[in-house]
Design a protein around this ligand. Structure first.
Ligand SMILES: Nc1nc2c(ncn2[C@@H]2O[C@H](COP(=O)(O)OP(=O)(O)OP(=O)(O)O)[C@@H](O)[C@H]2O)c(=O)[nH]1
Ligand SMILES: Nc1nc2c(ncn2[C@@H]2O[C@H](COP(=O)(O)OP(=O)(O)OP(=O)(O)O)[C@@H](O)[C@H]2O)c(=O)[nH]1
Ligand SMILES: [Mg+2]
Ligand SMILES: [Mg+2]
Lengths: 290, 265
């Protein structure tokens, strides 16, 4: 862990007396490698180290009693600042639509049902689920199976292979006594202009209260291109990071927050429908620093 | 990465950033760029050669054989079975698949649709049934129907989930026993968009289950899958194929020279 590395480094350095600028640069190099190994984008690492170095130089680290803790404290504060606060998905019980978008296999379909459960349990809102994934084999069946297993109303008319399912969506949902609607979409690449513009058109038709980007927490450098691509092509209000319960350091979360600056609503922490919790910035920072 | 041929030495900082952006590890990037320039050779060509030397490739297993597909959730296992199946079918072999994901919603339906499309037999059971028993029954069908290739699908799982890794060990041992001497390969499906965690996956799955080859998927996106340099360098596990799209035809045998060349523009 970074904490151990930096503490070791400074213990070694402080034996030689006062810290020089070179010593600080050595420590920053160790931090750089640790952040890169944690999958933080190299651009974000540079910006982060710049701001840490500025704060460190201005604070007379060399004279500090415990330089390693001091330096790590600055880094930690910087990371926490970047994380921002978790935010809830902004929906009311007035037929609001939440649309889930993202790359293939990130967990959209599973997260759709998790979000339904979360809103029902925490806010008493009754969800209506619908899939407009007409591409992936058995995508509709997957959402229907999950929804029914958890007692949520779901569109079961999978015969219409088009956007017929969206025509009277709010009406259908209201008729079933539902308060809000979750729309699952097919995974797609941010560079697939046809599919991205199709999604944009669907968004304009639906006018969702919230569009949520569903992201795999283990993503590497591609997170920025992907997040920027979806923002330009479709637009979204925030993200849910899935598969967060593994041993990934989650650097993609930091990169996303630093560059995109949209809130992170929740993290997926398992395959179970209950495995969704509000984004916890401290947990993520602890994975990197220790 | 810029493919310059003007003989000028490489701009270390710029090339380091470019290599890092492929999800290559810092230590390998440094190593590649710190080695002395080779005389008489374009610096970029020297870099390419060193990159190619790190990669390990191997051919796909030859029939008659069995293949166990493993990997984390959403990496592309089920879709890759369709691709692999089609690859063998195009070369005149018959393929049977086992619906070994008895857990995830509509996993069996998904594989069933793909099997019909590509022309593979499929053995399945009710959801919730022990995956090892479905795979065992699939191998029996592979033998009785004299199929050339049997491919077993498994549910996605994280390498950190002790119970699921244990389940996978059992699946593999049941499959090995059922194959009764026929060749078998375990392929790890790696999603190119994932960063350093793919190395952890390869390391832990290899330690616990044993991996014979890697298929790296989703290379049709903007991710480059540079983590395979670390996987090949440290674990010496070969890459056997790549996935380049969602259709059964979006599949290629791994060519390490081509892979490296395509990282440069
Ligand atoms: N371990 C873990 N697995 C998850 C999590 N969220 C989803 N999954 C699993 O990830 C895999 C992919 O999930 P899906 O819901 O099918 O993903 P998707 O984005 O809808 O996929 P496409 O529709 O093909 O783009 C499944 O095996 C899920 O069970 C999570 O938080 N943790
Ligand atoms: N663009 C692209 N998408 C792919 C590729 N391979 C798979 N996919 C997509 O990724 C998503 C997940 O693929 P699956 O085959 O269901 O993945 P899996 O590993 O079986 O998932 P689980 O069984 O849930 O763990 C689907 O939408 C696939 O179409 C690829 O090479 N390129
Ligand atoms: Mg889906
Ligand atoms: Mg699957």
């Amino acid at each position: 862990f970074l904490q151990e590395k930096i503490t070791k480094l400074f213990d070694k350095l402080s034996k030689r007396g006062l810290l020089s600028e070179q010593d600080i640069d050595d420590a920053l190099k160790d931090i750089r490698i640790a952040l890169l190994e944690a999958d933080v984008h190299y651009r974000v690492v540079k910006e982060l180290l710049e701001s840490v170095k500025q704060k460190v130089m201005g604070e007379e680290l060399a004279k500090s009693i415990n330089p390693s803790q001091f330096l790590l404290g600055i880094l930690k504060a910087e990371l926490i600042r970047i994380m921002g606060d978790p935010a809830p998905v902004k929906i009311n019980g007035t037929g609001d639509i939440v649309m889930l978008v993202g790359l293939q296999g990130t967990g959209k379909t599973t997260t759709a049902v998790k979000l339904a459960k979360y809103m029902k349990d925490k806010r008493g809102l009754k969800p209506y689920l619908v899939s407009i994934d007409f591409n992936r084999p058995a995508a509709q069946e997957q959402l229907i199976t999950l929804a029914k297993a958890n007692g949520f109303p779901v569109n079961e008319d999978i015969s219409s292979k088009g956007y017929e399912a969206l025509k009277d969506l709010r009406l259908v949902s209201a008729r079933q006594g539902c308060d809000f609607i979750i729309v699952d979409t097919a995974g797609r690449l941010h560079i697939d202009t046809a599919l991205v513009s199709e999604l944009k058109q669907v968004k304009e038709t639906l006018n969702p209260a919230q569009t949520v980007l569903v992201v795999d927490s283990m993503m590497g450098h591609d997170v920025l291109k992907m997040a920027e691509g979806f923002m330009q092509g479709v637009g979204y209000d925030g993200a849910i990071f899935t598969k967060f319960e593994g041993d990934t350091r989650g650097g993609a979360v930091i990169s996303f927050r630093k560059i995109i600056d949209k809130p992170i609503f929740y993290t997926g922490i398992g395959e179970a429908v209950s495995a969704l919790e509000p984004f916890d910035p401290d947990k993520l920072v602890a994975r990197i620093i220790g | 990465l810029s493919d310059r041929t003007d003989g000028a030495p490489i701009d270390r900082e710029r090339y380091t950033d470019e290599l890092l952006s492929l999800d290559m590890s810092f230590s390998i990037a440094e190593r590649l760029l710190n080695e002395k320039e080779t005389h008489g050779k374009q610096p970029v060509d020297t870099l390419k050669d060193r990159m190619k030397q790190i990669l390990v490739s191997a051919p796909l297993i030859e029939p008659k054989c069995g293949i166990l597909m493993i990997g984390i959730n959403g990496s592309g296992k089920t879709t890759s079975i369709a691709k692999l199946g089609k690859w063998y079918i195009d070369r005149g072999h018959s393929v049977i698949v086992g619906a070994g994901d008895t857990y995830r919603a509509a996993a069996i339906e998904q594989l069933s649709i793909l099997s019909d499309r590509v022309g593979m037999d499929m053995v399945k059971a009710m959801p919730g049934v022990d995956p090892a028993s479905v795979i065992h029954d699939t191998i029996m069908a592979y033998k009785h129907r004299s199929k050339d290739v049997v491919i077993a699908d498994t549910a996605g799982r994280l390498h950190t989930n002790v119970n699921l890794v244990h389940e996978l060990k059992k699946i593999k041992s049941v499959m090995t026993k059922a194959m009764a001497g026929d060749k078998m390969a375990t392929y790890l499906i790696v999603d190119a968009t994932i960063g350093k965690n793919s190395f952890q996956q390869a390391k832990l799955f290899n330690e616990n289950i044993g991996i014979d080859g890697i298929i790296i998927t989703k290379l049709d996106g903007t991710a480059k899958g540079g983590i395979i340099f670390t996987i090949c360098d440290e674990l010496k596990i070969p890459v056997v194929a790549i996935g380049t799209g969602e259709s059964a035809g979006d599949f290629m045998v791994f060519d390490k020279d081509k892979f490296v060349e395509e990282l440069f523009v």
